[in-house]
Design a protein around this ligand. Structure first.
Ligand code: GLY
Ligand code: MN
Length: 419
């Protein structure tokens, strides 16, 4: 839990301002829905909800009135939840003050169990529904994310629409994405932490990369570090692809036995304070690249260095109207010329609360963006795949590589494996 929730209050104030000025309205509300927990998965808060609240609790709803007041609605679990789950978010003014919202209210009547599911049992939502209906009746403008959301949030919106037929939402999504794209100091610090843990995990990986070891042993070495370092674990399923699997972009089985002479693509990221790292290195099983592997490796590395050398405000991650200013097009052109190779994925993506973070590619890069640069060459007929990925913070005139300290040249990689 955070000690200081003021950053979340500041972000809500910025959202209210941007919505009021963009839509030219004074009255209304922005309503954001948390996700729902499921026993198959560890709960991970929906990123935009987290960005504006700092709250990890599922099934909660933020009502952010355009007059600036914020209400957090909690399911009414009575005393059931505390028996099963660690519970601190209670509907008291003391907790409201701590998390810097104006008030915490219950959604409705007592829930049947210690969890609530996305099926709208109306009595469990009756207090929230009353307020929503009153706002609809008064024709106040209502904003939420209408497109970019989790499935269960979409499900919730559909059920609310069925319940209140005249309910109309304006889409706050693009404005939220714009705010989330520009990282503030606290976010850069969290990203640095996630990157640091991930760099240590790559070092741990090298110890488990040996002929006859299995890919999952490498995964275990990595995720041990993630857990030991106090991170929230893997930001996405760890990709440990050896041999032919090095050519499968999102390979996740991680169950092949590695052989001498294989390459292994290790594409991993820790999540720290809810922020994701995403770093890829390619290692030779046995510790030495073959001349052919080194040749391909060096082309990928040169491509990454070329793109990292120009990534700056004014360039686009991807813009087909302006290919000479588009990192994606420039990387493709580079690989086409150097290796007659067609890159099968984008050169990079925004990074933040989500591993593939929000942000419009129609906007050029700005100070405060964080992106990945991750060229690769994948040759299934040679069972040879190479990807190199680092994380970059865009600043005035250029960028700062957050993962600068992770060894990268072929010689450094061999040295890292020998240590
Ligand atoms: N780390 C996997 C990806 O960027 O798609
Ligand atoms: Mn990536």
């Amino acid at each position: 839990m955070h000690n200081d929730f003021s950053i979340f209050a500041q972000r809500r104030a910025a959202l209210v301002d941007i919505i009021k000025s963009s839509f030219g309205v004074e009255q209304g509300a922005i309503i954001l829905f948390a996700g729902f927990e499921h026993e198959h998965y560890r709960y991970r808060q929906e990123s935009s909800f987290y960005y504006f609240t700092g709250i990890q609790e599922p099934a909660t709803i933020l009502w952010l009135d355009l007059d600036g007041t914020a209400t957090l609605y909690l399911p009414n679990y009575g005393d059931k939840r505390a028996v099963w789950m660690h519970t601190w978010l209670l509907p008291t003014q003391e907790v409201a003050d701590q998390i810097q919202v104006d008030e915490i209210k219950l959604l409705g009547a007592l829930s049947q169990t210690f969890e609530i599911c996305p099926l709208l049992h109306t009595q469990e939502y009756e207090i929230f529904l009353q307020r929503l209906r009153m706002n609809v009746d008064q024709s106040r403008h209502l904003f939420t994310m209408t497109k970019c959301m989790l499935m269960e949030q979409r499900f919730m919106l559909n059920q609310l629409a069925a319940h209140i037929p005249s309910l109309h939402w304006h889409d706050a999504g693009p404005h939220i994405a714009k705010l989330r794209r520009k990282k503030d100091q606290s976010e850069i610090e969290a990203l640095y932490k996630a990157v640091n843990v991930t760099m240590i995990a790559h070092e741990g990986a090298t110890k488990a990369i040996k002929p006859s070891n299995y890919e999952y042993e490498v995964q275990a070495a990595i995720e041990y570090v993630f857990t030991e370092a106090g991170s929230q674990g893997a930001a996405f399923p760890s990709i440990i692809g050896s041999g032919i699997n090095s050519t499968v972009l999102h390979y996740r089985e991680n169950n092949r036995q590695m052989e001498m002479g294989d390459l292994v693509v290790v594409d991993i990221g820790a999540m720290y304070d809810q922020y994701c790292a995403d770093l890829t290195r390619t290692f030779p099983v046995g510790g030495k690249f073959t001349p052919r592997q080194r040749e391909i490796y060096n082309i990928v590395l040169e491509c990454q260095e070329f793109i990292a050398g120009i990534a700056a405000p004014g360039y686009w991650l991807n813009n087909k109207e302006q290919p000479d200013k588009s990192l994606n097009h420039l990387a493709r052109e580079f690989l086409k010329q150097r290796a007659h190779y067609e890159l099968p994925h984008g050169i990079g993506h925004f990074l933040g609360l989500d591993v593939h973070d929000v942000g419009s590619s129609a906007e050029p890069l700005h100070e405060g963006d964080v992106i990945t640069i991750e060229p690769g060459i994948y040759l299934p007929h040679e069972e040879l795949g190479v990807r190199i990925e680092d994380n970059y913070w865009i600043v005035t005139g250029g960028n700062v590589c957050l993962s600068e300290q992770l060894p990268k040249s072929a010689d450094e990689i061999e040295k890292m494996m020998a240590e």
